[in-house]
Structure formats: structure tokens, C-alpha cells
Ligand binder design. Structure first.
Ligand SMILES: Cc1cc2nc3c(=O)[nH]c(=O)nc-3n(C[C@H](O)[C@H](O)[C@H](O)COP(=O)(O)OP(=O)(O)OC[C@H]3O[C@@H](n4cnc5c(N)ncnc54)[C@H](O)[C@@H]3O)c2cc1C
Length: 343
């Protein structure tokens, strides 16, 4: 595995992993280490600008954990090491050929039976093969950070209620994600330069959310802003190169399934390679069987982001309806409740 950074690190603070992703972690032997100390995120509340409850969603009968991302990366890296994977850091790839050659930034050309491009939404491997069909930047983006729990938060040991506070086009998502950490995601329009500034401009956020001033005051200097996008490929592979994760199908985080889809599609790729006689038929069966669920997830996630720019009253009505409609809940939770191939 070639990683361009000097270590396996993530800047994304926390992550929700639902039943589908947890099953993949189990299949890889990375589950226990990944969820250690992470709270079971059983309830999610949505609140309006006056702190009134708009909707509540309870996860009953399936698991969802909010986890510090680095713990997931470490658990996956440990599982990879147990499987004798060689992890090469400071090693950037610049291109791949359909014939199965990986070209590194240092000029090395490495032959492979199959190259898996998992190099994120700005994927150089994907672009070197001309596979991109569509990349749509969305109107909004998000700054993510961690903060230390207070003594009261540490004492609350009943799992985790996550709360999404809305004010105008801004959102604050509050998520306990370990014994010691709170994960905060600040979502705003990409044009809202004051809101997306890092370090976070706390006075500006406090004006928008006076009822959670004390929480905003606890934000430190760190944080990372990312604009949301949706990516679609002409095909998920070209010859001896498969593309997985955000490189193939980035989606906005409105149902927390970008990582879930990445993990499902990576594991199922291995399953099809084992089942089929040759790489070409494995890649064809993989995309034919797995792509529809990923595209459903992209659609649902995209539509759930649309109310961001609607007038607050209409948005509150819509979010309330989304929280109550059985059909909409089924659409939203289909990916989380899917039993991934290979699990
Ligand atoms: C605000 C926000 C919240 C989110 N919340 C959730 C959530 O709660 N649950 C969830 O499941 N998903 C969530 N996601 C989505 C999730 O973060 C992504 O879908 C997931 O990280 C994609 O993983 P990936 O491995 O495909 O890409 P990345 O995480 O981008 O990893 C790509 C890796 O490749 C390396 N790399 C890049 N280019 C090269 C190169 N040329 N050569 C070598 N290495 C390279 C990078 O350094 C990096 O390590 C969220 C996303 C955002 C923006």
C-alpha cells in the first residue's frame, strides 16, 4: 500500500460508522480495536435556531458508533499488518495504466495484477485513466474538529445523543466520540467566508448560536474545512485498475455513508476477485452488483442536503417530515442496514 503522507493520519476528526461499515470492520478483524471506547450513538436530535426540537431519530436494532477517525485508521493498519501488507509511506502515486503499471512520483513503475486506486476525491489514478464522468461541487462544506470532554460529559456514560443545531444556513453537529473527545462538525455555505474560516471565528458562530455559546467557546485553534462534492465515474475500473472510495463515488456526509460505501466496495472487490476466474470478470461483476446501492446512497445524501438553502420554516417542516415518514426513513437507512458482500 502506497500512502503519500509520512504517516497513516487523518484530519477528519470523528466518523459515524453504521451497521454496514461495522460488519466490514468485523470481517477484517478490525472491529474491536476500532470501536474501543467509542459510544453507541443511539439517538440523534435535530434542533432549530431557537433550540426547539424538530426531530429525533433513534437507532433501534442496529449498531452505530461515533468514533475518533484515527482509531479506525490504526485498527485497519493493524489488521493490514497482520495480513502481511507492506505499507510504504512518503510514496505518492501519479498514474496507473490499464495494463497494470503503477507509476510513482519518484519515477518508479511497478507492475501489478490489479491496482486499487483509493486516493480520495482528487484521485490522480482515476484522472490518469480519464474515468471521471461528473464532479459536482455542492453549495456547502464543513469544518471538523475534536474538543476535550468536560467532567460532566465524561460522567454521562449512557452512550451518545448527537445533536444537530440549525441556524439559518449554518449547522453545528455535536457528537461524543470517545471517553475523552467530542466531535464537532460546523456546516455552512461555501460562500460564507466568516463561517468557514479556520481557526474558527467563535464570535461569529456565537452570534448565530447564542444558546450554545459555552460549547462554541471550547473550540480550539485546530479544524479542517472541506467543501462537499459528488463524484460519478464512467466505469469503476479500466483494465487492471479499480477505483474505490471517494475517488469513485464521493458524496456529501448528510447520512454519514462515504466511509461506509468505501469500506463495503473495497471488501466486495476482494470477494469478487476470489469468486471469479479472472480480473476482468471480477471487476465487471463487482460494479454491476455493488454500484446501484452506492448510487442510491449518493442520491439520498444529496437530496437531504437540499433544505440547507431553504427558508428556515420550510426547512424545519421538511426535516420534521423526513424524521417521521416511514418511506423516507427506509430510503435513508437502506445503506446502513444493508448486509455487505463478504460479511
Ligand atoms: C464533513 C465530512 C463528514 C463525514 N462524515 C462521515 C461519516 O460520519 N461516516 C462516513 O462513513 N463517512 C463520512 N464522510 C466521508 C468519508 O470521510 C469519506 O468517504 C472517506 O474518508 C473516503 O475514504 P477514502 O479512503 O476513499 O479517501 P480518503 O479518506 O480521502 O483517503 C485517501 C488517502 O489516499 C492518500 N492519497 C491521496 N492521493 C495520493 C497519491 N497520489 N498517492 C498516494 N496516496 C495518496 C491520502 O493521503 C489519504 O490517506 C465524511 C466526509 C466529510 C467531508
Amino acid at each position: 500500500m502506497h500512502e503519500r503522507a509520512e504517516a497513516l493520519r487523518t484530519a477528519g476528526a470523528g466518523i459515524y460508522i453504521y451497521e454496514n461499515g461495522l460488519r466490514v470492520l468485523e470481517a477484517l478483524g478490525a472491529y474491536e480495536a476500532a470501536v474501543k471506547g467509542a459510544p453507541f450513538a443511539h439517538t440523534r436530535e435535530v434542533r432549530d435556531g431557537n433550540d426547539r426540537l424538530i426531530s429525533t431519530h433513534r437507532w433501534v436494532g442496529s449498531r452505530v458508533f461515533s468514533i475518533v477517525r484515527q482509531n479506525v485508521i490504526n485498527a485497519l493498519a493493524a489488521a493490514a499488518a497482520r495480513a502481511d501488507v507492506e505499507i510504504v509511506t512518503n510514496s505518492a502515486a501519479v498514474a496507473a495504466t490499464p495494463g497494470g503499471e503503477l507509476i510513482l512520483a519518484n519515477g518508479q513503475r511497478l507492475p501489478a495484477d490489479l491496482i486499487v486506486g483509493a486516493d480520495g476525491s482528487n484521485s490522480r489514478l482515476r484522472d490518469s485513466l480519464g474515468l471521471l464522468a461528473k464532479r459536482k461541487y455542492l453549495v456547502d462544506g464543513c469544518t471538523r474538529l475534536l474538543m476535550e470532554k468536560t467532567a460532566a460529559e465524561r460522567a454521562a456514560a449512557d452512550g451518545a445523543t448527537t445533536i444537530e443545531y440549525w441556524s439559518g444556513t449554518r449547522r453545528v453537529l455535536y457528537t461524543p466520540c470517545s471517553e475523552t473527545d467530542i466531535y464537532i462538525a460546523l456546516t455552512m455555505l461555501d460562500t460564507d467566508t466568516a463561517a468557514k474560516a479556520v481557526p474558527v471565528r467563535k464570535d461569529d458562530w456565537k452570534r448565530a448560536f447564542p444558546h450554545i455559546e459555552a460549547l462554541i467557546d471550547r473550540i480550539g485553534e485546530q479544524g479542517r474545512y472541506d467543501r462537499f462534492d459528488v463524484i460519478k465515474l464512467k466505469r469503476w475500473s479500466a483494465g487492471r485498475v479499480a477505483i474505490v472510495g471517494d475517488a469513485a463515488h464521493a458524496l456529501p456526509p448528510n447520512i454519514g455513508q462515504g466511509g461506509g460505501c468505501a469500506m463495503m466496495n473495497a471488501l466486495s472487490l476482494a470477494v469478487y476477485l476470489e469468486r471469479e476466474n479472472d480480473v476482468a470478470s471480477a471487476l465487471a461483476a463487482w460494479e454491476r452488483n455493488e454500484r446501484p446501492l452506492t448510487e442510491h446512497t449518493q442520491r439520498v445524501s444529496y437530496f437531504l442536503g437540499l433544505p440547507t438553502t431553504w427558508p428556515p420554516a420550510v426547512r424545519a417542516l421538511t426535516l420534521g417530515m423526513i424524521g417521521r415518514s416511514k418511506w423516507l426513513i427506509a430510503q435513508r437507512t437502506r445503506t446502513a442496514l444493508h448486509r455487505p458482500t463478504g460479511t
